[in-house]
Design a protein around this ligand. Structure first.
Ligand code: G2I
Length: 511
């Protein structure tokens, strides 16, 4: 669906087109296109650059048909998030169960995807019996586990995270039953056992917070240098890349990847996501978008960076909210499986279009908002809105609508709405309140704004539209928890205000 195709010639007496540059507004893209309609999938774009683009998945997610459709089409590689871990595959000593992992590898085979095995030796998700073993028995148990699992998946997985997360943040070795029993030699022993069981699989050490230069990545560098010197089978390092907007981008990520590559190792980004403190806003979303783009660019700049795996592709199935309460929105797609701005940024970094089907115009319309409301607890809501055409083609406004979501509290179900002022003339603006079809907290109603006609030229803005609404019983609102409400008093990009063209979402994130 392309805006271009819906555009009609500018009619006589069309709306004045104010220049964006005349307004002091932020211009960062945050809402992003609502549809993935570009040329080629993420994996196809990556493959054209000699890389793969993959996603983690998990067994409970696969019956979700819409989820599975995108998992199977957009991504060329998958990593099982849990089903190859020790507590699943050998819950009782010597009793192996590969049922769940096999479901994932079957999915991959049906969709022509490669599989990253995750993970053979890790301190976490270990069955209790391992920790209860006498030290003298741990090596045999570890070797047996690796041998059985890597043999089962021989020829099926292309790479293994043989050892996962061996380091503490300060670069010392993490304590685990394996480290306690064997010291750091457990790592070489594990790699040798994996190589014996599956000589063709690429063998990795995988960790988090090793994406940038620092104590932890220095320790990993020292470890892998030593393993290479000793002739231990090792093919690569996995950089998980669980990033967060509030902690900054990894320090010198590309140079850090390059130093591992210079040792003759492959580098893989194995678990990418970029979380943020909720609620998402325009600034956090812009930072997230930049981080996804920068990781992609870093990988492409390092010849031995073989590919990128996101730690699941949608917020629906993210591990983040369960581990970091109050944080989330970390993935490339939202909970409605709509690609975010980060998705577009990854596509363009991979050399593709942005996925909007708009001939390279990222999100041809965007909404900006300011609050004109000094009081969030009185009987009126006063949003200021404006639309900006960020694309290269004129947009007909007659089939454009904008939604601002709020909560009705407990008052009347009828409303009055007002346009107080706009440079395009309030007679050109329509407004009404409607009940949300799926009421959510902070979003059981929305103010819908439309246009009698007119055309918004490339780069033009409607200018501000000063709106106001009240309940007909004049009872008070509590705007502070309203989905689309913000405290900012100057215009800024607003990802919680949706813009539709021809009934299709072209900007923003619905509640
Ligand atoms: O924690 C994020 C990742 C960090 N790197 C290693 C990865 O293996 C790890 O993945 C996550 C999974 O995505 C989560 O799904 O590992 C977590 C456990 O360390 C997984 O969470 C666990 C829950 O904690 C359990 O309560 C649950 O039973 O998933 C289990 C299976 O659904």
């Amino acid at each position: 669906m392309a805006l271009v195709k819906r555009c009609r010639p500018t009619r006589a007496g069309g709306l004045p087109a104010l220049l964006v540059g005349a307004l002091a507004v932020a211009t960062t893209l945050t809402g992003g296109p609502a549809h993935a309609a570009g040329q080629g999938t993420l994996h196809e774009l990556a493959a054209a650059q000699g890389r793969y683009f993959g996603s983690a998945t998990d067994n409970p997610e696969l019956p979700d048909a819409a989820y599975a459709a995108t998992l199977g089409s957009e991504f060329g590689q998958i990593t099982p998030g849990n089903s190859m871990k020790w507590d699943t595959t050998e819950p009782v000593r010597g009793q192996f169960d590969f049922t769940k992992g096999d479901v994932v590898t079957d999915f991959a085979r049906q969709h022509g995807q490669t599989v990253r095995g995750h993970t053979l030796v890790w301190h976490n998700q270990l069955p209790g019996w391992v920790g209860a073993l006498p030290s003298a028995q741990v090596e045999a148990a570890m070797t047996h586990h690796i041998t059985e699992e890597a043999t089962h998946y021989r020829g099926v997985v292309s790479a293994w995270d043989v050892v996962n997360e061996p380091f503490n943040e300060d670069g010392t070795f993490r304590t685990s039953p394996f480290y306690t029993a064997m010291g750091s030699d457990y790592i070489a022993t594990a790699l040798r056992a994996a190589h014996a069981a599956d000589p063709d699989a690429k063998l990795y050490i995988n960790d988090y917070n090793v994406e940038g230069r620092g104590a932890k990545s220095d320790a990993l560098y020292a470890l892998v240098s030593d393993l290479i010197d000793k002739g231990v089978p090792l093919d690569g390092v996995g950089m998980q890349a669980h990033l967060a907007v509030q902690y900054g981008f990894p320090y010198q990520m590309q140079a850090n990847m390059q130093r591992f590559a210079d040792l003759g190792l492959d580098v893989a980004v194995t678990e990418l996501d970029v979380r943020m403190p909720l609620p998402a806003d325009a600034a956090k979303t812009a930072t997230q978008t930049a981080y996804y783009r920068q990781v992609t660019e870093a990988c492409l700049a390092v010849a031995r960076c073989v590919g990128i795996t996101v730690w699941d592709y949608t917020d629906t199935y993210s591990w983040v909210p369960g581990t970091f309460p109050g944080e989330g929105a970390a993935n490339l797609y939202d909970e409605n499986l709509r690609p975010k701005a980060a998705y577009s940024a990854v596509r363009t970094a991979l050399g593709g279009d942005d996925g909007s089907g708009e001939g390279g115009d990222p999100g041809a319309l965007k909404a900006q908002y300011r609050s004109s409301d000094a009081s969030v607890g009185d009987n009126q809501i006063k949003p200021g809105l404006q639309l900006v055409n960020t694309g290269g083609t004129a947009v007909s406004l007659s089939d454009v609508t904008v939604r601002y979501w709020f909560s009705s509290e407990n008052g009347a179900s009828t409303y009055s709405t007002w346009c107080d002022w706009t440079p395009i003339g309030c007679s050109n603006v329509t407004h009404r309140v409607a009940a949300a079809s799926t009421p959510k907290a902070g979003a059981d109603h929305y103010l819908e704004v439309g246009f009698a006609g007119g055309t918004l030229a490339p780069g033009a803005t409607t200018g501000e539209i000063q709106l106001r609404l009240n309940k007909t019983d004049w009872s008070n609102f509590n705007e502070s928890d309203d989905y689309s409400h913000g405290a900012g008093t100057s215009y800024a990009d607003a990802s919680r205000i949706a813009v539709y063209a021809g009934g299709e979402l072209v900007w923003g994130i619905e509640p």
